[in-house]
Design a protein. Sequence first.
Length: 248
Amino acid sequence: MAVRFGRDEFAVENEKRIYKMRLDISLKSEMARKPPYSFRPNEEQAFLKACEDDPRNHAIFKTFFGSGMAVSELVGDKRYGYRGLYVEDIDLTSSDESTFRVRVLSKGKKKRFVLVTKQAIEEILRYLGDRRTGKIFDITPRMVQKLARKYSKKAGLPDFFRCRKCGQRQIPENMKACPKCGNTKLTLESRWSPHKARHTLREKIIRKTNDYLVAAKLTGKQPPRDIPFPRLSEKRKRAVMKEVFEER
Protein backbone atom coordinates (compact mmCIF):
# COMPACT_ATOMS: atom_id res chain seq x y z
CA MET A 1 0.00 0.00 0.00
CA ALA A 2 1.48 3.32 -1.09
CA VAL A 3 1.95 5.97 1.58
CA ARG A 4 1.27 9.57 0.54
CA PHE A 5 3.32 12.29 2.15
CA GLY A 6 2.46 16.00 2.20
CA ARG A 7 -0.26 18.28 3.41
CA ASP A 8 -3.86 17.21 3.03
CA GLU A 9 -6.53 19.38 1.41
CA PHE A 10 -7.92 20.54 4.75
CA ALA A 11 -4.53 21.90 5.85
CA VAL A 12 -4.08 23.82 2.58
CA GLU A 13 -7.55 25.35 2.82
CA ASN A 14 -6.96 26.26 6.44
CA GLU A 15 -3.71 28.05 5.53
CA LYS A 16 -5.51 30.01 2.80
CA ARG A 17 -8.25 30.99 5.23
CA ILE A 18 -5.73 32.17 7.84
CA TYR A 19 -3.77 34.10 5.18
CA LYS A 20 -6.91 35.85 3.96
CA MET A 21 -7.93 36.69 7.52
CA ARG A 22 -4.49 38.17 8.32
CA LEU A 23 -4.50 40.21 5.10
CA ASP A 24 -8.01 41.60 5.72
CA ILE A 25 -7.22 42.54 9.32
CA SER A 26 -3.92 44.15 8.33
CA LEU A 27 -5.44 46.21 5.49
CA LYS A 28 -8.47 47.35 7.50
CA SER A 29 -6.43 48.32 10.54
CA GLU A 30 -3.84 50.17 8.44
CA MET A 31 -6.39 52.13 6.40
CA ALA A 32 -8.57 52.91 9.41
CA ARG A 33 -5.69 53.97 11.67
CA LYS A 34 -4.81 57.10 9.74
CA PRO A 35 -7.27 57.65 6.87
CA PRO A 36 -5.81 60.11 4.34
CA TYR A 37 -7.83 63.14 3.32
CA SER A 38 -9.86 62.66 0.16
CA PHE A 39 -12.14 64.84 -1.93
CA ARG A 40 -15.79 64.85 -0.97
CA PRO A 41 -18.22 64.34 -3.89
CA ASN A 42 -19.16 68.04 -4.09
CA GLU A 43 -15.47 69.07 -3.88
CA GLU A 44 -14.52 66.70 -6.69
CA GLN A 45 -17.31 68.02 -8.92
CA ALA A 46 -16.35 71.64 -8.20
CA PHE A 47 -12.69 70.91 -8.94
CA LEU A 48 -13.41 69.20 -12.28
CA LYS A 49 -15.83 71.95 -13.25
CA ALA A 50 -13.12 74.55 -12.60
CA CYS A 51 -10.78 72.97 -15.18
CA GLU A 52 -13.29 71.92 -17.85
CA ASP A 53 -12.41 74.94 -20.04
CA ASP A 54 -8.97 73.44 -20.76
CA PRO A 55 -9.23 70.05 -22.58
CA ARG A 56 -5.72 68.91 -21.58
CA ASN A 57 -6.00 69.76 -17.90
CA HIS A 58 -9.53 68.41 -17.66
CA ALA A 59 -8.36 65.12 -19.20
CA ILE A 60 -5.43 64.93 -16.75
CA PHE A 61 -7.51 65.37 -13.60
CA LYS A 62 -10.40 63.29 -14.90
CA THR A 63 -7.91 60.45 -15.37
CA PHE A 64 -6.53 60.90 -11.85
CA PHE A 65 -9.99 60.62 -10.33
CA GLY A 66 -10.99 57.73 -12.58
CA SER A 67 -7.96 55.46 -12.35
CA GLY A 68 -5.92 55.81 -9.16
CA MET A 69 -2.75 56.52 -11.17
CA ALA A 70 0.21 58.30 -9.62
CA VAL A 71 1.43 61.58 -11.15
CA SER A 72 4.63 59.95 -12.45
CA GLU A 73 2.62 57.14 -14.07
CA LEU A 74 0.43 59.56 -16.01
CA VAL A 75 2.71 62.44 -17.03
CA GLY A 76 6.16 60.92 -16.37
CA ASP A 77 9.14 62.19 -14.39
CA LYS A 78 12.52 62.49 -16.12
CA ARG A 79 14.35 62.78 -12.79
CA TYR A 80 13.51 59.18 -11.90
CA GLY A 81 13.17 57.64 -15.34
CA TYR A 82 9.37 57.51 -15.60
CA ARG A 83 8.26 57.95 -19.18
CA GLY A 84 4.58 58.70 -18.60
CA LEU A 85 1.56 57.45 -20.48
CA TYR A 86 1.64 56.94 -24.25
CA VAL A 87 -1.29 56.50 -26.58
CA GLU A 88 -0.03 53.00 -27.39
CA ASP A 89 -0.42 52.03 -23.72
CA ILE A 90 -4.22 52.32 -23.92
CA ASP A 91 -5.90 49.11 -25.04
CA LEU A 92 -8.93 50.50 -26.84
CA THR A 93 -10.20 46.96 -27.50
CA SER A 94 -10.34 46.05 -23.80
CA SER A 95 -13.37 48.10 -22.83
CA ASP A 96 -16.40 46.55 -21.24
CA GLU A 97 -19.14 49.07 -20.47
CA SER A 98 -17.27 51.22 -17.98
CA THR A 99 -13.48 50.71 -18.00
CA PHE A 100 -10.44 50.41 -20.27
CA ARG A 101 -7.19 48.56 -19.60
CA VAL A 102 -4.05 50.75 -19.57
CA ARG A 103 -0.39 49.79 -19.12
CA VAL A 104 1.72 52.06 -16.86
CA LEU A 105 5.24 52.10 -15.40
CA SER A 106 4.82 52.25 -11.61
CA LYS A 107 7.08 52.58 -8.56
CA GLY A 108 10.26 50.56 -8.91
CA LYS A 109 9.86 50.80 -12.71
CA LYS A 110 7.51 47.84 -12.67
CA LYS A 111 4.89 47.51 -15.36
CA ARG A 112 1.33 47.13 -14.17
CA PHE A 113 -2.12 47.36 -15.70
CA VAL A 114 -4.70 49.79 -14.34
CA LEU A 115 -8.36 50.22 -15.14
CA VAL A 116 -9.44 53.68 -16.32
CA THR A 117 -13.05 54.80 -16.53
CA LYS A 118 -14.68 55.23 -19.91
CA GLN A 119 -15.35 58.92 -19.19
CA ALA A 120 -11.64 59.57 -18.55
CA ILE A 121 -10.58 57.79 -21.75
CA GLU A 122 -13.15 59.78 -23.73
CA GLU A 123 -11.65 63.01 -22.35
CA ILE A 124 -8.15 61.86 -23.35
CA LEU A 125 -9.26 60.98 -26.90
CA ARG A 126 -11.09 64.30 -27.19
CA TYR A 127 -7.90 66.12 -26.22
CA LEU A 128 -5.75 64.06 -28.63
CA GLY A 129 -8.00 64.67 -31.62
CA ASP A 130 -6.65 62.68 -34.57
CA ARG A 131 -3.31 61.89 -32.91
CA ARG A 132 -2.89 58.22 -32.04
CA THR A 133 0.85 57.92 -31.26
CA GLY A 134 3.37 59.36 -28.83
CA LYS A 135 3.25 60.68 -25.28
CA ILE A 136 -0.17 61.93 -24.27
CA PHE A 137 0.65 64.73 -21.82
CA ASP A 138 3.82 66.78 -22.28
CA ILE A 139 3.86 68.35 -18.82
CA THR A 140 6.00 68.03 -15.69
CA PRO A 141 4.78 66.74 -12.30
CA ARG A 142 5.64 70.10 -10.77
CA MET A 143 3.34 71.85 -13.23
CA VAL A 144 0.54 69.40 -12.43
CA GLN A 145 0.93 70.29 -8.73
CA LYS A 146 0.64 73.98 -9.58
CA LEU A 147 -2.46 73.35 -11.70
CA ALA A 148 -4.07 71.45 -8.82
CA ARG A 149 -3.45 74.43 -6.56
CA LYS A 150 -4.80 76.84 -9.19
CA TYR A 151 -8.04 74.94 -9.80
CA SER A 152 -8.65 74.30 -6.10
CA LYS A 153 -8.62 78.06 -5.53
CA LYS A 154 -10.83 78.62 -8.58
CA ALA A 155 -13.29 76.04 -7.24
CA GLY A 156 -13.38 77.82 -3.89
CA LEU A 157 -11.93 74.92 -1.91
CA PRO A 158 -10.46 76.04 1.44
CA ASP A 159 -6.74 75.83 2.28
CA PHE A 160 -5.41 74.32 5.48
CA PHE A 161 -2.14 74.83 7.32
CA ARG A 162 0.18 72.86 9.59
CA CYS A 163 2.01 74.26 12.62
CA ARG A 164 5.80 74.16 12.29
CA LYS A 165 6.30 73.97 16.04
CA CYS A 166 3.89 71.34 17.38
CA GLY A 167 2.80 69.68 14.11
CA GLN A 168 -0.90 70.47 14.53
CA ARG A 169 -2.67 69.87 11.20
CA GLN A 170 -5.90 70.96 9.50
CA ILE A 171 -5.63 74.56 10.73
CA PRO A 172 -8.17 76.68 8.77
CA GLU A 173 -6.75 79.44 6.58
CA ASN A 174 -8.64 82.17 8.48
CA MET A 175 -6.66 81.41 11.66
CA LYS A 176 -3.40 83.34 11.99
CA ALA A 177 -1.94 81.16 14.76
CA CYS A 178 -1.96 77.54 15.88
CA PRO A 179 -4.90 76.88 18.26
CA LYS A 180 -2.80 74.36 20.17
CA CYS A 181 0.46 76.23 20.89
CA GLY A 182 -0.16 79.76 19.58
CA ASN A 183 2.69 79.62 17.07
CA THR A 184 2.25 81.96 14.09
CA LYS A 185 4.62 80.11 11.75
CA LEU A 186 2.34 77.91 9.67
CA THR A 187 3.04 75.82 6.56
CA LEU A 188 0.52 75.32 3.76
CA GLU A 189 -0.49 71.68 3.43
CA SER A 190 -0.84 70.15 -0.04
CA ARG A 191 -4.43 69.14 0.65
CA TRP A 192 -5.48 69.51 -2.98
CA SER A 193 -2.54 67.68 -4.57
CA PRO A 194 -3.18 65.21 -7.44
CA HIS A 195 -2.26 62.37 -5.08
CA LYS A 196 -5.47 63.07 -3.15
CA ALA A 197 -7.39 61.80 -6.20
CA ARG A 198 -5.88 58.38 -5.42
CA HIS A 199 -7.14 58.61 -1.85
CA THR A 200 -10.55 59.65 -3.16
CA LEU A 201 -10.87 56.57 -5.38
CA ARG A 202 -9.73 54.32 -2.52
CA GLU A 203 -12.32 55.79 -0.18
CA LYS A 204 -15.07 55.41 -2.82
CA ILE A 205 -14.27 51.73 -3.31
CA ILE A 206 -14.22 51.02 0.43
CA ARG A 207 -17.41 52.99 1.04
CA LYS A 208 -19.40 51.37 -1.77
CA THR A 209 -18.02 47.80 -1.85
CA ASN A 210 -16.10 47.33 1.44
CA ASP A 211 -13.43 45.55 -0.64
CA TYR A 212 -10.17 46.68 0.98
CA LEU A 213 -8.01 44.40 -1.16
CA VAL A 214 -9.26 45.71 -4.50
CA ALA A 215 -9.05 49.27 -3.17
CA ALA A 216 -5.40 48.74 -2.29
CA LYS A 217 -4.54 47.02 -5.59
CA LEU A 218 -6.26 49.56 -7.84
CA THR A 219 -4.65 52.56 -6.15
CA GLY A 220 -1.11 51.16 -6.05
CA LYS A 221 -0.91 50.69 -2.27
CA GLN A 222 2.00 48.57 -1.07
CA PRO A 223 1.13 45.25 0.67
CA PRO A 224 1.48 44.95 4.45
CA ARG A 225 4.77 43.63 5.82
CA ASP A 226 5.23 39.85 5.39
CA ILE A 227 1.78 39.49 3.76
CA PRO A 228 2.07 39.67 -0.05
CA PHE A 229 -0.97 40.54 -2.12
CA PRO A 230 -2.63 37.65 -3.97
CA ARG A 231 -3.40 37.85 -7.66
CA LEU A 232 -6.81 39.33 -8.40
CA SER A 233 -8.83 38.57 -11.48
CA GLU A 234 -9.53 41.45 -13.85
CA LYS A 235 -13.19 40.47 -13.73
CA ARG A 236 -13.33 41.23 -9.99
CA LYS A 237 -11.56 44.58 -10.39
CA ARG A 238 -13.79 45.61 -13.31
CA ALA A 239 -16.90 44.70 -11.31
CA VAL A 240 -15.76 46.94 -8.44
CA MET A 241 -14.98 49.87 -10.76
CA LYS A 242 -18.34 49.48 -12.46
CA GLU A 243 -20.15 49.57 -9.12
CA VAL A 244 -18.24 52.67 -8.00
CA PHE A 245 -18.83 54.66 -11.20
CA GLU A 246 -22.19 53.28 -12.30
CA GLU A 247 -23.99 56.55 -11.49
CA ARG A 248 -21.75 58.60 -13.79
